[in-house]
Design a protein around this ligand. Structure first.
Ligand code: FES
Length: 586
């Protein structure tokens, strides 16, 4: 029998919680609650259910997003956990973005997803929220939105896909996608084989199986303290992943009861732990942009010089593709983040709080001792000693650029060469495979206009293909420079995020064919060997026209997007006041 209660009373009449939060404005709050309850009862809820703490669950399942293909199972398990802990689960849809199904690029939509997430967290009544994300841009967007909304929030990762097998070779997206495509371009494999491998690269639903951006952000989310312990690594289709989902639901209710809001977790120490982890896993360079954007929502600016210093004292310990040899499911079998954090202990802030209400150090202690495995190296026997990601400065990138040194060719990291310039992505596509292209393996490929405003959306086009005639001759790597990003699954001697970008008149805009460029990773320098006077002359002769748009989201994007060093967030979404910088070396 249903208990009858006043439909206009909340669990407490003092601080609105649950269904009484954020009432719709009708000028009469009693009526607003009365109406809300009347409508939700249309779905069969009782007052007893509606009196519980409300836990929102973002449903990012979408037919366009196979990386979130397990969302229905995850939501079911989260709901179970919420109900076990005495809460009321309420799932609701938000934007979902997949890398291969978003034009012009998923990054163009990340900030839109963060706004959608933030505003729905604010507009709908909930005491805490479970954020279900996985594909590259979804976790950053959700953490950005939740950071601004300020509620208790907990991240649930969808988990990585399984690996496949192609003619007995283990394969997984997307490092192997690129490798096989490069073989096809170089005519090392034929159409039949490239079609065969296409069936094997993505063996199940879930996120890319290497240390690309999705896996990087999963590890970063756990290092931030935003997932339950062990939340980063279970593959999407495993029982472990479902158990994590149930725990996440349970924990969300505890967070709601204890008022564990996101600002208590996303502290300066948490961001430093996350950056440390990003460097130790040789994570995706995109992770730096996303972490910068999330921190910007909390009032913290990225200090590029300090990031470089932190890189120099952080060894790469995780042996995953593209820098190493294993896949995400191997990392999980090796103990996942606990195995890594145990090794990194001396470099971490162990007193940083996590979603469990306990500190990172306490959670690590609770995981017990490690065991023998070969995916995470001991601290004193790293896979790469330090500087997985290096920050480069110089007259070509006055406000910085980065290179993933651990995925680069050691021979090319000290290199001077002749610039072969492409004005934009279309120019690159039109000429890169031309037999007439004037290019040698010692040249430096330069691509302009793929920065935040240039493309727009800073697409992952920084992984310029090796010109066809050189690829066929066996050239595997060249120095490549752009103001764009690169997929975390890619590899090569590739300088990215050149800031300021060419579309706003950064020096990159004025590089010409035949100019000499010098890259020195050891000295952290990227220089265009052209005088300041000559660059000023070129800028005057050919001034840059900054891109604009007449209407819609594109206009909002072009008018307000910031540069890479500010996380490519919209300027009006960052914290109103910046209160500090990160990382600060320990
Ligand atoms: Fe979704 Fe790689 S495409 S994680």
């Amino acid at each position: 029998m249903t208990t009858k209660k006043s439909p206009t009373r909340s669990r407490t009449d003092t601080a609105p919680t649950g269904m009484s939060k954020g009432l719709t404005s009708y000028g009469d709050s009693g009526f607003s609650l009365f109406l809300r309850k009347a409508f939700i009862k249309g779905a069969g809820y009782t007052d007893r259910a509606l009196d519980r703490p409300v836990i929102g669950i973002t449903n990012t399942g979408s037919a366009y997003n196979p990386c979130h293909g397990n969302a229905p199972q995850l939501i079911e398990a989260v709901k179970r956990g919420v109900l076990m802990a005495g809460g009321l689960p309420m799932d609701f849809p938000t934007i979902s973005i997949h890398e291969s199904f978003a034009a012009p690029t998923s990054m163009f939509l990340r900030n839109l997803m963060s706004m959608d997430t933030e505003e729905l967290l604010r507009a709908q009544p909930m005491d805490a929220v479970v954020l279900i994300g996985g594909c590259d841009k979804t976790v950053p967007a959700q953490l950005m939105g939740a950071a601004s909304a300020g509620l208790p929030a907990i991240q649930l990762i969808t988990g990585s896909m399984l690996t496949g097998s192609h003619r007995s070779e283990r394969v997984g997206a997307c490092t192997d996608c690129r490798r096989y495509w490069a073989k096809f371009r170089a005519e090392e494999i034929d159409e039949e084989e490239v079609a065969d491998v296409n069936n094997q690269l993505v063996a199940s639903v879930g996120t890319c199986s290497v240390m690309g951006t999705a896996s990087t952000m999963a590890c970063v989310a756990e290092a931030l303290g935003m997932t339950v312990p062990g939340g980063a690594s279970p593959p999407a289709v495993t029982a472990d992943r479902i158990r994590i989902a149930e725990q996440t639901g349970f924990q969300a209710v505890e967070m709601a009861k204890n008022g564990l809001t996101i600002d208590k977790i996303l502290t300066e120490k948490a961001f430093e732990n996350a950056m440390r982890v990003l460097l130790s896993i040789a994570g995706s360079t995109n992770g730096i942009v996303h972490l910068t954007a999330i921190a910007g929502r909390m009032g913290l600016e990225l200090d590029l010089k300090a990031l470089d210093r932190m890189g120099r004292e952080t060894p790469v310990l995780v042996d995953l593709k593209p820098s190493g040899q294993h896949y995400m499911e191997d990392f999980h079998h090796a103990g996942g983040m606990a195995t890594l954090l145990r090794e990194l202990k001396p470099l971490l802030h162990l007193d940083a709080l996590t979603v469990t209400g306990r500190t990172l150090g306490e959670e690590l202690e609770a995981q017990g001792p490690g065991f023998k495995q070969d995916v995470v190296r001991p601290f004193n026997n790293p896979i790469y000693p330090s500087g997985a990601i290096a920050v480069l400065e110089g007259n070509l990138a006055p406000e910085g650029s980065i290179i993933k040194a651990s995925a680069a060719n050691a021979k090319l990291m000290e290199h001077e060469g002749r610039a072969v310039v492409f004005e934009n992505a279309a120019d690159l596509a039109a000429r890169i495979d031309s037999p007439d292209l004037d290019v040698t393996a010692d040249d430096v490929l330069v691509l302009k206009n793929i920065g935040p405003k240039g493309a727009p959306g800073m697409p992952e086009a920084g992984y310029l293909p090796i010109p066809l005639k050189l690829a066929k001759a066996g050239v595997k790597d060249m120095v490549r420079i752009s103001d764009g990003r690169m997929s975390g699954t890619a590899f090569g001697t590739i300088v990215l995020h050149v800031t300021p970008e060419s579309a706003v008149g950064g020096p990159l805009a004025y590089v010409q064919n035949g100019d000499r460029i010098r890259l020195s990773v050891s000295q952290r320098k990227l220089d265009l060997l052209v005088s300041a006077e000559e660059l000023a002359r070129r800028a005057k002769a050919n001034p840059v026209k900054v891109p604009t748009a007449g209407r819609g989201y594109r206009k909002l994007f072009l008018d307000t997007v910031t540069q890479a060093d500010k996380g490519v967030d919209f300027d009006f979404l960052r914290a109103e006041k910046m209160t500090g910088t990160f990382p600060r070396s320990k």
